[in-house]
Structure formats: C-alpha cells, structure tokens
Design a protein around this ligand. Structure first.
Ligand code: GRF
Length: 220
C-alpha cells in the first residue's frame, strides 16, 4: 500500500509590476510556495518584463491609457490573469490604483508590497516623507489588498533604522533589501493557506496546524 501523502497542489502566482522588477526577482529566487506563471504590467517597457521572459515566464502588458475607465482597465487585467488560472496575485511595484472591480475579484488572494511601515505613509514618496518627519524607524509592509489604497490586513513588516546621513535614495535602498526578504515570506504563507485573518489582524498558523485539527476532529 502506498502510504505517501499526495503532494499539495502548488499555487499559480500572477505578478503585476510597473518597473524594474527587483521584488519579482526576489520571488523567483526564493521558495514562495507556488509558481510564478505570469507577469503583467501596465508599462510595455517595464524592465521586469524582460526579466520574466528571460526566466521563461509568460508575460503580458496592457496600456492603461487605452481604456475608457479604470474599471475597464481592471477588467482587462482580470481577463489576462484568469486566462492563466492564477490562484494568487502579487502587486510587486504595480503603480496603478486598482478599483473594487479588481480588488473584490481577487479578495483574499491579492497581496501588495508597500515601502513604508503602514499605516504610516500610504501613497507615494514614502522615503522622503519619512525623512521629513524625522522618524527613527522606517520600513516596508506586505498586506492583503482591499479597495482602500495601501490598506488591508498586514501579513509582514520589516523595519530599518533611519541614520542621520540618510537621503531618500539611501533609505529606499535599505528598505528594498528588506522588501526582498518579506515579500517571498508573505507570499509563501498565503500560498500555504497559513493566514488566519480577523478584521485587520493576521495570525500565522503553524505548519500542520490544520491537519492536526482535522485528525483530532476525526478521532473524536
Ligand atoms: C518597491 O519599492 C515597492 O515597494 C514599490 O515600488 C518599488 C518597486 O520596485 N511599490 P521593484 O520594481 O520591485 O524593483
């Protein structure tokens, strides 16, 4: 008798980018609990698209300027992603505001990386704003996406110290190193169904916790 458990199906991950794609690269070089099957962008010349093609990953680019509304653009993204049967969508430097058409469609399986310690500094120019405020700690956040910009249950954060001689550029570089650590980690937790969400609070189930419960329930 074969007593080996069947391997769990790996999740199919879609990644949306707008630029160089260093967070995408971090997802590709680390185990993130699934396979990146497609990379999409709103910028036809996004550097990260080249990186994906070089890695043999399917890509698409949709120019947001060609759509009459944000909703129509979002629907075209949904169509591209669902055509590849993605289970999880990662916003990795995707610089377009998404409407509820998109965020509701992928609710619970949509993750964003943001370069600040949310809820501080949602939006743009986070490093310059943090410096101007004189904060001593800055960082990055990975969160589940809701229809509210840069808001939603926080999965992981990492902090860096702000030094006296930091500029927006040096601070961005320090934060980016941390982004590359916490994004694959958070995507893996989502892909392994280990996130327990209660309002804005996320707790992380230990490996095998679900199985343990199922076994004890069956026993008793
Ligand atoms: C990252 O800092 C990300 O947090 C922000 O945009 C940047 C994207 O960088 N939203 P990259 O394209 O992943 O290199």
């Amino acid at each position: 008798m074969n007593t080996m458990a069947a391997p769990a199906t790996r999740k199919r991950i879609g990644v949306l980018i707008s630029g160089r794609g260093s967070n995408l690269a971090a997802l590709l070089r680390n185990e993130c609990g699934g396979d990146v099957v497609v990379v999409g962008s709103n910028k036809l010349d996004a550097k990260g698209l080249e990186l994906a093609r070089d890695a043999g990953i399917d890509t698409f680019a949709v120019n947001h300027k060609q759509f009459p509304s944000r909703e129509a653009f979002d629907q075209s993204l949904i169509d591209e992603l669902t055509a590849r049967s993605v289970d999880v969508v990662v916003l990795a430097g995707f610089m377009r505001i998404l409407t509820p058409v998109f965020t509701d469609h992928f609710a619970g399986c949509l993750i964003n990386i943001h370069p600040s310690l949310l809820p501080s500094y949602p939006g743009l120019d986070t490093h310059a704003r943090a410096l101007a405020d004189g904060v001593k700690l800055h960082g990055c956040t990975v969160h589940l996406v809701t229809s509210v910009l840069d808001h939603g249950p926080i999965i992981a954060q990492a902090a860096v110290q702000v030094d006296d001689d930091d500029t927006a550029e040096t601070l961005a570089a320090k934060v980016l190193v941390q982004e590359h650590q916490i994004l694959p980690y958070a995507v893996r937790l989502l892909c392994e169904d280990r996130l327990q969400v209660d309002g804005l609070r996320v707790s992380i189930r230990s490996v095998g916790a679900g199985l343990g419960r199922a076994v004890s329930e069956a026993a008793g």
